[in-house]
Design a binder for this molecule. Structure first.
Ligand code: ZN
Ligand code: ZN
Length: 154
């Protein structure tokens, strides 16, 4: 398991919505795979964007993912506002882990500290952690085929 950064850029203009002055994240998700030169079914592609993302039912989204799919996108457009812009890297990390969690089949979690708790505001992002709660972590570990600690004992 590893992580690498593709040097390819995806021009987001095709997903631009003139009326909303925003970019349709679902449309962007659909094209993300084209940046992946070595398609690996178990791999996840995370797009990191600077543009303002939306889906039709919401004013904006910080990111979007394919539930149990392999693509996720996050944007840092709204993550440096309104207060404490220095928290941007932490917020982006939380949002990235959250969207990747959806690709592992996780839905929103009721544990407010869990990274899978729903957060539609920067304030909500700031109070949750960047970690999965035990229950969510177990789901991700089983999807990744990582043995649980208790099964490592001889
Ligand atoms: Zn979510
Ligand atoms: Zn959870």
């Amino acid at each position: 398991m590893g992580c690498h950064i593709e040097d390819q850029w995806l021009d987001a203009r095709f997903a631009y919505n003139l009326e909303r002055n925003q970019y349709y994240s679902t449309t962007l998700l659909g094209r993300l795979g084209e940046c992946n030169r070595s398609p690996d079914l178990s791999a996840r592609i995370l797009g990191v964007s600077s543009v303002d993302l939306f889906v039709p039912v919401l004013t904006f989204v910080f990111g979007e993912a394919q539930l149990e799919g392999n693509r996720a996108i996050v944007s840092y457009y709204r993550l440096s506002e309104p207060q404490r812009p220095e928290l941007l890297p932490e917020r982006l990390t939380k949002e990235a882990v959250h969207e990747l969690g959806h690709t592992f089949g996780l839905r929103h979690c009721h544990n407010w500290e869990c990274v899978m708790s729903s957060s539609h505001s920067v304030e909500r992002l700031d109070i949750k952690s960047a970690r999965f709660c035990d229950r969510c972590a177990q789901v991700v570990q089983s999807r990744l085929g990582v043995p649980r600690p208790d099964s490592l004992t001889p």
